[in-house]
Design a protein around this ligand. Structure first.
Ligand code: ATP
Ligand code: MG
Length: 370
């Protein structure tokens, strides 16, 4: 079987992946881990055991962290697919933890006095290599058991590789009873090699360039185009469209904006939500800082009677433009025909010009942020 470095080289040669120094460095670390995993295990001999020699520790795993779209999951998946370790398992961290809680519950009901340890035994038997995608700790239930669970897994010789958007120190940041969680952070730092994969390119974002981002008119075709852009940008399975998370985005003055779809720095809004409510420039700036890509559906053609909406839309686009947010939109007219007459239609010309620029390959290639 081709190893992870070989497979990565093949994909580069085939042009499927672009050369990226940060990725190459992480792939080299993964290749070294694979070599360590393949080394024959030396169990201590009789004399060794007599003198209390501990069984050999499993090779140190990796904690790969960095911004969205940098290729963390891609690198880990190449490693996982190429690894000859058996048995091995790759799981989404959130699903894995849900499963752990379920199994603990079943054991406890069956009268097990230390259900967490039994579950750790069970997991260790089912995989000596565990790859987790998107480690994140959001609730106290996970935070409370992670330290013991991971200690138990490591003691049982399991090697863990995980991807994450934050460094270990920022896990469960501002979480309830965070002090209970700190031992887990120490454990990660002591037992995994923490590596960053944070090159300059968000490859997922790069996928927008070359695609149409302003769709006219509103209707099923435009909706389908936006929805496909959303799934492409977030790598979210379209079959599961009903479960795309929502969010409450904090706005200045202790207010919140409901974001109907919010995932991986991408938000979907209706024009009505953004421009028919009393939102102002500071609110739009909060949106623009928080999301690298915004999808807006249902932008109507505006007339003199829509003065307020038009002015809000001007502020919205100014904020998005200044923060280099990528915009994908469904509208009833091209930008230059969106608000031909009415108060501030002169200022709107600049908005239209910005909207044209925001569709260009050069704009789409810019990084997010002011
Ligand atoms: N070097 C590259 N050249 C071209 N495409 C790439 C490259 N690296 C990654 N990609 C593609 O970019 C997309 C994003 O990569 P990936 O999902 O691995 O990012 P990530 O770091 O895991 O992001 P997130 O934190 O959002 O999960 C994937 O479709 C991946 O195949
Ligand atoms: Mg990922």
């Amino acid at each position: 079987m081709t190893d992870v470095a070989g497979r990565y080289a093949e994909l580069l040669a085939a042009g499927e992946l672009k050369p990226d120094a940060a990725q190459a460095a992480v792939v080299a670390r993964l290749a070294a881990l694979e070599t360590a995993l393949n080394r024959p295990v030396e169990t201590p001999g009789l004399i060794g055991r007599l003198f209390g020699k501990a069984p050999p520790a499993a090779p140190k795993g990796l904690y790969i962290w960095g911004g969205v779209g940098r290729g963390k999951s891609m690198a880990m998946d190449l490693f996982f697919a190429a690894s000859s370790v058996s048995p091995k398992r790759r799981a989404h961290f959130h699903e894995f933890m849900a499963e752990v809680h379920g199994a603990i519950h079943v054991r406890r009901k069956a009268g097990d006095t230390d259900p967490l340890m039994s579950v750790a035994d069970q997991i260790a038997q089912s995989a000596c290599l565990l790859c987790f995608d998107e480690m994140q700790v959001k609730d106290i239930a996970d935070a409370a058991i992670l330290s013991r669970l991971f200690t138990a897994l490591l003691e049982r010789g399991v090697t863990v590789v995980t991807t994450c958007n934050r460094p270990p120190r920022d896990l469960y940041k501002d979480g309830l009873n965070r002090h209970l969680f700190l031992p887990f952070i120490d454990l990660i730092e002591a037992t995994l090699d923490v590596v960053t994969l944070d090159g300059p390119t968000d490859y997922r974002l790069a996928r927008l360039s070359g695609t149409q981002t302003w769709h006219v008119p509103n209707g099923p075709e435009a909706t389908a185009a936006l929805s496909s852009a959303f799934f492409r940008m977030t790598d979210y399975p379209p079959e599961d469209r009903e479960h795309v998370p929502t969010a409450e985005l904090p706005l200045p003055g202790d207010r919140f904006l409901h974001v109907p779809k919010s995932l991986k720095g991408v938000a979907v809004f209706s024009f009505a939500r953004l421009c028919r409510q009393p939102l102002g420039a500071a609110d739009y700036l909060a949106i623009a800082r928080h999301y690298h890509t915004v999808l807006i559906v249902g932008i109507p053609k505006l007339g003199p009677e829509n003065r307020n909406e038009a002015i809000r839309f001007i502020h919205l686009i100014d904020a998005l433009y200044e923060q280099k947010v990528k915009l994908v939109a469904a509208a009833d007219a091209r930008p230059d025909q969106l608000y031909p007459a009415g108060d501030s239609s002169f200022e709107f010309e600049r908005t239209a010009s910005r909207l044209m620029e925001m569709q260009s390959a050069a704009y789409l290639a810019l990084g997010h942020g002011g």
